[in-house]
Design a protein around this ligand. Structure first.
Ligand SMILES: NC(=O)c1ccc[n+]([C@@H]2O[C@H](COP(=O)([O-])OP(=O)(O)OC[C@H]3O[C@@H](n4cnc5c(N)ncnc54)[C@H](OP(=O)(O)O)[C@@H]3O)[C@@H](O)[C@H]2O)c1
Length: 261
């Protein structure tokens, strides 16, 4: 697709991938709207990226999505692209009895229900546009479980499955459906893992490079985009899934052994 003169809504645009998408897509000549929960981070981003449009919105809250839709489509009726990027990744010890029943599914509300509800809300509007697109940000962890983040993995596998179905259902519309299968990358999302034994920070992809690959993928209409290690993970998940999973188990066991001490 042509990445110029679009009006693009990015969830979670105050940090990491969302921020870089916003900055690079604006530089290409697009109007960019970002969301986030924290108003101070949104204001700070507006200072760093003059011209970006900000809306406070929590993707895990359906009422907040409806309000966002009403405000954004009123102010930006030309909106033609949605990037479902907002996400959270936690380490969860499933034997920790103190985690309550609402909190245990928090990542599902943000990473899976969030994008599904965003699509449901914005789809009728996007269908009125000639060149429209949806990009969902999944993960290499959609291809193989990472047992230290059990709920996160479930959300990304779920979002990958949903995205494939969405692409089929929208085949006869003008809406292109992309999946960015992102590998581990040096954003604040990974700060909590950096000191874990077995975690190799050197394996993290430079987020700038990752988003450059994503943008080229969008331009070339590559509907599934696998930057860096994600490509190898995709191949391994088919040819040697046990080997790939064993690596994830090893990393989890090292980190959990320390946590238990
Ligand atoms: N970094 C990686 O290694 C990696 C790898 C694969 C996939 N991913 C995926 O890439 C996406 C972006 O991650 P990142 O690494 O850029 O993370 P990040 O630096 O932590 O940024 C997350 C962004 O999402 C926003 N956000 C979080 N919860 C939200 C909610 N409920 N509603 C609206 N906004 C919310 C945050 O702002 P507020 O906190 O202010 O809301 C922030 O702007 C996520 O979906 C993540 O799962 C990341």
């Amino acid at each position: 697709m042509e990445l110029k003169n679009n009006t693009i809504l990015i969830t979670g645009g105050t940090s990491g991938f969302g921020y870089l998408f916003a900055s690079k897509l604006m530089a290409l000549g697009n109007t960019v709207i970002i969301t986030g929960r924290n108003p101070a981070k949104l204001e700070e981003t507006k200072i760093q990226l003059p011209g970006v449009h900000i809306f406070q919105s929590d993707v895990s809250n359906p009422a907040s999505i409806t309000q966002l839709f009403e405000q954004v489509t009123k102010q930006f009726p030309e909106l033609n692209m949605l990037i479902n990027n907002a996400g959270e990744m936690r380490k969860i010890n499933l034997q920790d009895a103190s985690i309550d029943l609402l909190d245990i599914t928090r990542e599902i509300d943000i990473n899976l229900s969030g994008p599904i509800r965003m699509v449901q809300q914005f789809l009728p509007h996007l269908k009125t546009k000639k060149n429209a697109a949806i990009m969902n940000v999944t993960s290499g962890i959609a291809l193989v479980p990472f047992p230290i983040s059990p709920v996160y993995g479930a959300t990304k596998s779920g979002l990958r499955s949903y995205t494939k179905s969405l692409r089929v259902q929208l085949k006869n519309t003008g809406i292109k459906v992309f999946e960015l299968v992102a590998p581990g990358s040096g954003t604040p999302l990974n700060d909590k893992f950096i000191n874990d034994p077995g975690f190799n920070a050197g394996m993290l992809m430079d987020p700038e490079k990752l988003i450059d690959v994503a943008i080229v993928g969008l331009m070339k209409n590559n509907y599934e985009i696998y930057p860096g290690m994600a490509r190898m993970m995709n191949v391994m998940s088919r040819l040697a899934p046990g080997l790939l999973f064993a690596q994830m188990v090893k990393m989890t066991e090292k980190a959990m052994a320390v946590t238990k001490k």
